[in-house]
Design a protein around this ligand. Sequence first.
Ligand SMILES: Nc1nc2c(c(=O)[nH]1)N[C@H]1C(S)=C(S)[C@@H](COP(=O)(O)OP(=O)(O)OC[C@H]3O[C@@H](n4cnc5c(=O)[nH]c(N)nc54)[C@H](O)[C@@H]3O)O[C@H]1N2
Ligand SMILES: Nc1nc2c(c(=O)[nH]1)N[C@H]1C(S)=C(S)[C@@H](COP(=O)(O)OP(=O)(O)OC[C@H]3O[C@@H](n4cnc5c(=O)[nH]c(N)nc54)[C@H](O)[C@@H]3O)O[C@H]1N2
Ligand SMILES: [Mo]
Length: 757
Amino acid sequence: MSIRKKSETPLDTANLKIKKPKSQAAGIPAIVSSFNHSIRKMGVTRTVKTLSLVNQNEGFDCPGCAWPDPEHRSSFEFCENGAKAVADEAMTKTIGPDFFKTHSVSQLLSWSDYELNASGRLSHPMILKKGSDHYEKISWNEAFEMISNRLNELENPNRAVFYTSGRTSNEAAFLYQAFVRKFGTNNLPDCSNMCHESSGKALSSTIGIGKGTVTLNDFDHADLILVIGQNPGTNHPRMLSALESAKKSGAKIVSINPLPEAGLQRFKHPQDYMKANFASTQLADMFVPVKIGGDAALLQAISKIIISKNACDEKFIEENCLDFEAFKSNLSTVDLEDLSLQAGISVAQIQSLASLCIESKSTISCWAMGLTQHRNGVQVIQEVVNLMLLGGHIGKKGAGLCPVRGHSNVQGDRTMGIWEAAPEDFLNRLEEGLGFEVPRQHGYDVVHSIHAMENGDVDFFFCMGGNFLSASPETRRTGEAIQNVDFTVQVSTKLNRSHLITGKTALILPCLGRTEIDIQNGQPQFVTVENSMGVVHMSRGSLNPISNQLKSEVSIICSIGANTFPDDDFDWGNFANDYDKIRDLIENSITGFERYNERVRKASGFSLPNPPRDSLTFSTNSGKAHFSSNPLPRLDVEPGRYVMMTIRSHDQYNTTIYGLQDRYRGIGGNRRVILMNAEDMAQRGWKSRQLVDVTSHFGNSSIESKRWSIVAYPIPRGNLASYFPEANVLVPLESTADISNTPTSKWIECSLKSHEE
Ligand SMILES: Nc1nc2c(c(=O)[nH]1)N[C@H]1C(S)=C(S)[C@@H](COP(=O)(O)OP(=O)(O)OC[C@H]3O[C@@H](n4cnc5c(=O)[nH]c(N)nc54)[C@H](O)[C@@H]3O)O[C@H]1N2
Ligand SMILES: Nc1nc2c(c(=O)[nH]1)N[C@H]1C(S)=C(S)[C@@H](COP(=O)(O)OP(=O)(O)OC[C@H]3O[C@@H](n4cnc5c(=O)[nH]c(N)nc54)[C@H](O)[C@@H]3O)O[C@H]1N2
Ligand SMILES: [Mo]
């Protein structure tokens, strides 16, 4: 019997450095940091060549976040963290057969995520044979044969699961879901299930489209911008430029967040240093330090005040909305003082925030994981929609809903049909375009996939990018579940823990990254992506691939398609040779892509239709936008317990750890930390660096994780914060959001005790 491997990150707590948190984002340290990272990993020439092509019309889309590019681009259209993402992908160090001969899987498991990623780019297809502790070289053809054989041997297509992370291009995503559906399943979990699924569900049920309604241009016409549960200084740094510009045009900005995140306090545009302009801009006019999970109460309180002052846009509501009366009467049952207590914000501050909302003629609401990853993730976003509908802030210049997406093509992947529960009308159209039948039974999302693996219902697990193990909740249990699977395949650029905790047999298929030239059949190809605001545009790599063994994601899918369905009239080879053909197929299969090949070749691409924004049309059942009436979430925890959120540091991209410096928060050297309120610490008699053991609680079950260092931090009392992915071990698999089933990574009920060896 094989030994079950341990999936948790190593428990090292050494080298922790604590400084005062910063109040200003970007500036010279950011420039220095981006160039240091890049030059160390790629050398000077490759750095200049690469960074000068990020987000340019002729260049590649930054593999960092999904924030859109302005129409008039400067020659430096990237940020510190985008530069890190690029440098990390374009690094010249590679790992291949020799590396895996030297290092066994068991040995690599003792490395930190930082060390695994820093080891280099994956350069060769590799196989981990059943019972072996070393990956070995395998040819592409053998790998494709194995995959097709395994798939064709399955007793039922639903015993296969196909995950996607959000960097996959439109072309690859489209062919991938076509392959999966042709194979006969909708088991298409993706990172969205852990990310903005709550936004999609909340928006489609209220305004009839699962996307936001603003364009980048709207920022320059807004009176008020609410940034809720989002840390743009770290995760969407280019958004700070949009906020700075909005501010100069007169917008007020409010940050609603338990933490005083640096980017929203003061911002110094790195490019201004080159123009010798040293003044920084204070971005947020108001900081609202809401308690974790207190947003629903806060938003209801604001809506209640707006209604009580008769300050709603009655005409907009009358013409465009339903269910307003029910919403109003629901709010009449809640008490402002109670709401204030739940939110942890004084009635006076709520009133001033409500006044800002009333004074604003055009408001934009932005949000990210601080709202989506809660039990009431869908409902709290519906409260944001309520607030925007109250003031008529949809379909109007300078106003709208702005879920800020994560991965650079996560929105495009969904548009392409990476969706375990795609709607019937989408599948009907897809079927017509593809010319074969697609299954209708809904598939597994991420959490359902883990349960299915745990129950022995999955034999084959394919990952198009990502790091499923470390991104998912309850790491140890997810690790056990994955090890139940017979055969796992990872299409990847970099080594991560998911390559070490695998099915009984495992493959690594190394692929081209965004930065690299993609030549098929002698012709250079480009791919297309959709940004957070529904603009579809080209991305073309410019660097020589780091290994001649790499294949593009498209070509990998086409080979698997051709091998699995050898007698098929769906011409996989043809698509691999010419990506224009894939775009033609997309045009025939998905709404909004008319003249795709022509329009996407224009500088800046084209916008997909957005009926609420374009014409105040709402594709809900009633044809109107809906107000939602939701009960408030229960926020009380057992006495002596805390609520913990898991967040990103300034030196990581999701599970990829670039370095150990969370520069803005002043924490460095070690990531196994828990941010805690100083008064809560005093109550326990603790000082910073106190070692603790944490237990998370859900229902009757609990999970313990040992050796964490406490750091005093300005966070509301009763609240804690720790880093993703180290803390994922504590996120209970059963603790998911209503309706969206997103793991509640921002709400983990915990108890702490001094560490015992
Ligand atoms: N450099 C870099 N860029 C990235 C990523 C990365 O890891 N690194 N990840 C990408 C991805 S996939 C995504 S989804 C986005 C993530 O972008 P964010 O959503 O900004 O990422 P998180 O660090 O999860 O931060 C959530 C923020 O919500 C706050 N928060 C937590 N709980 C609550 C709450 O209950 N209420 C309120 N109001 N706020 C709360 C936290 O304090 C934190 O500031 O960024 C994308 N861009
Ligand atoms: N506790 C907690 N858990 C969370 C979150 C949280 O806030 N807290 N956030 C959630 C969110 S928002 C998200 S989006 C998920 C992220 O989940 P994932 O998307 O699964 O994780 P990543 O860390 O982004 O994946 C990184 C890996 O992707 C591969 N990769 C990079 N570029 C490419 C490429 O171009 N092609 C291919 N094929 N592979 C590539 C590399 O091998 C790299 O190691 O995590 C979720 N998990
Ligand atoms: Mo995400």
